[in-house]
Design a binder for this molecule. Structure first.
Ligand code: SAM
Length: 219
């Protein structure tokens, strides 16, 4: 009996190692492919990546919102909201008069978020189809902009950052959060360089190599 248990345990360990090895290879291949050809992840995949495990242990919506120095009444813009978990945490912090515009280039993402907003009767989230390169917002009109695992997916990040700078108010903050498990994950120094090229000044950083958040200010 002990022999069978020993055998089963070893088979399980070998299968686990093979699985992890395969996952690592898939990750590396996807990362290399995306270096050459960037495209928005399909709407259905944004549901998969916004899961309870990630929200509870890795990128916690409330913690991310706390690091943005949000105040009631602020006007906030999120690019690439996915299922809207981070949008919701931020929207709660700007109540009663503040609002969050959640924009995405994919209609399916915006339609799904619109349904969630209606179902949950959230009054201060405004989902909208828009493009990060050419935002339909006035100059100097937004207090905070945030992106969660989104900027490195945009093929020309500096071009997008320049438009974020245009719509941010003076003293407004851009907050970027990244996760190593994302095949597009950039190093902190890469995002700092992109932001500098767009004319934004580094303010503060949080987290670690695995998951981080960087804030930049428009002076
Ligand atoms: C990886 S998902 C991030 C979802 C969510 N923030 C999260 O972390 O769970 C990135 C989103 O950015 C959107 N996106 C990509 N390029 C964009 C652009 N140029 N303008 C607006 N949205 C864009 C994609 O459609 C996609 O929904």
């Amino acid at each position: 009996m002990a022999d069978i248990l020993f055998l089963v345990r070893n088979i399980f360990i070998i299968i686990l190692i093979i699985f992890l090895f395969l996952m690592l290879w898939i990750f590396v291949i996807v990362r290399i492919l995306r270096k050459f050809h960037k495209f928005p992840i399909p709407a259905f995949a944004t549901r998969l990546i916004d899961n309870a495990w990630r929200r509870k242990f890795i990128q916690k919506p409330k913690l991310i919102a706390e690091r943005m120095d949000l105040k009631p009444g602020m006007i906030v813009l999120e690019i690439g909201p996915g299922k809207g978990s981070y949008t919701k945490a931020v929207a709660e912090k700007v109540l009663p008069n503040g609002k969050v515009y959640a924009i995405d280039i994919q209609e399916a993402v915006i339609n799904r978020l619109q349904k969630r907003v209606e179902n949950e009767q959230i009054t201060n989230i405004i989902p909208k189809i828009d493009d990060a390169y050419n935002l339909s917002f006035e100059d100097d009109s937004i207090d905070r902009i945030f992106l969660i695992t989104c900027l490195p997916e945009i093929p020309e990040p500096v071009k997008a950052l320049k438009d974020f700078k245009r719509v941010l108010k003076i003293g407004g903050i851009l907050s970027l959060s990244e996760l190593l498990l994302d095949p597009d994950y950039p190093l902190r120094k890469t995002e700092k360089r992109w932001a500098k090229e767009a004319g934004l000044e580094f303010l503060e950083g949080f987290g670690n190599f695995f998951v981080y958040q960087l804030n930049f200010i428009k002076k």
